[in-house]
Design a protein around this ligand. Structure first.
Ligand SMILES: NC(=O)c1ccc[n+]([C@@H]2O[C@H](COP(=O)([O-])OP(=O)(O)OC[C@H]3O[C@@H](n4cnc5c(N)ncnc54)[C@H](O)[C@@H]3O)[C@@H](O)[C@H]2O)c1
Length: 330
């Protein structure tokens, strides 16, 4: 089968789900897409994207349709487990939005069920489909910066406040996923601190500290109570430093050959300016869809498979435990 012949379902066409609908309709035959949502507003949204996309409020229509081989789950996180479980049990490959589930025990059940039903789980950690992140990973693996020493990521904004989750769960899955990908390792220690000002017991800002094997350290600073938008990841290495700044329009990916070298027992600074790195101008969500369809049709393991997503979730859970001990509510 060619990817273009795939028949898929998209469950949930809300704020983010509608991006999945638009993206799927730009790749697949719109007649091969069925959207499921409870809300009457969602039907209007879907038909505005393309009138040929099918719409239903009944998930059972998808579960019983043998021609639909894959589904995208873009419902609120608390429903991921229930919706994905039904789809997997019906033999559908699933692309689940992040976080895979709210509890790692549930994610483990999904992974097991996927194995039993011989279907793929991919999770929408969309930054691992960003061409700049892939370029940075390729250059790091080719040794451009030497050994990674330190990584930090700022994901800051004014707004996008949620009531069902704190800033850690809303923003940090992206940063955790990228740091896991770049290091290729799992953390040996996790700590987190945060503070809640706008809503009782829901952190507006958190600082998560991760330690990886080989003396690699990282921190993630996320906030929705910040005067400006910033999405900046900095990777410090022995022979240079990468900056991936997704919140600016141009020169998002830069390499600074800067640092310190040993000169006969003395540390000497070196500073060779900055390289502005080019990468293919592709939309991360489109790349994510193409990867999912390729994995389904050609039986490949997704880059952000269930295992990757489970690890991200376990890190979130441990960070949450640490937060509970430190959060200040005012
Ligand atoms: N990857 C990213 O960058 C990114 C960005 C934003 C949101 N998300 C994720 O996308 C998911 C959806 O977020 P959102 O902001 O679009 O939420 P939303 O509340 O705006 O939309 C959810 C939609 O799902 C529908 N829905 C709820 N339960 C359903 C069910 N059981 N069956 C069918 N439809 C159902 C609702 O009617 C609504 O239209 C969340 O998991 C969120 O974490 C990911």
């Amino acid at each position: 089968m060619e990817s273009a012949d795939l028949k898929i379902a998209i469950i949930g066409a809300g704020r983010w789900g509608k991006n999945h609908v638009k993206t799927a309709a730009s790749i697949l035959n719109p007649q091969n897409i069925t959207v499921v949502d409870f809300s009457p507003q969602a039907e209007k949204t879907v038909k505005a994207v393309n009138n040929n996309i099918k719409f239903t409020t009944d998930l059972n229509e998808i579960l019983s349709d043998k021609n639909i081989s894959a589904a995208i789950v873009a419902t609120p996180a608390e429903t991921h487990f229930d919706v994905a479980k039904q789809l997997i049990n019906a033999g559908k490959h699933v692309l689940i939005e992040k976080p895979i589930t709210l509890v790692s025990e549930d994610a483990k059940v999904l992974l097991e069920l996927a194995g039993e039903n011989n279907v793929k789980i991919m999770v929408g950690h969309v930054l691992l489909y960003h061409p700049a992140v892939l370029k940075m990973k390729e250059l790091i693996d080719r040794g451009m910066m030497g050994k990674i020493q330190y990584i930090y990521s700022n994901r800051l904004n004014l707004g996008s406040i949620r009531q069902e989750e704190n800033i850690l769960w809303s923003f940090a899955p992206h940063d955790i996923s990228m740091i896991q990908f770049l290091t290729g390792k799992d953390p040996v220690s996790i700590d987190a601190k945060g503070a809640a000002y706008l809503q009782s017991d829901i952190e507006d800002t958190t600082l998560t500290y991760l330690e990886y094997p080989g003396n690699i350290k990282a921190h993630i600073f996320v906030s929705w109570l910040n005067p400006f938008k910033e999405q900046k990841l900095v990777v410090i290495g022995e022979q240079g430093m990468f900056v991936f700044e997704d919140s600016i329009k141009e020169n998002k990916l830069r390499f600074y050959p800067k640092g310190f070298r040993d000169n006969q027992g003395r540390l000497e600074v070196f500073d060779e300016g900055v390289f502005l790195l080019k990468f293919p101008e592709k939309m991360p969500l489109t790349e994510e869809h193409l990867h999912f369809y390729d994995c389904v049709v050609n039986d490949k393991t997704p880059r952000t498979d269930g295992k990757h997503a489970l690890k991200v979730l376990e890190i979130l859970e441990e960070a949450t435990e640490k937060l509970k001990k430190t959060a200040v509510t005012g």
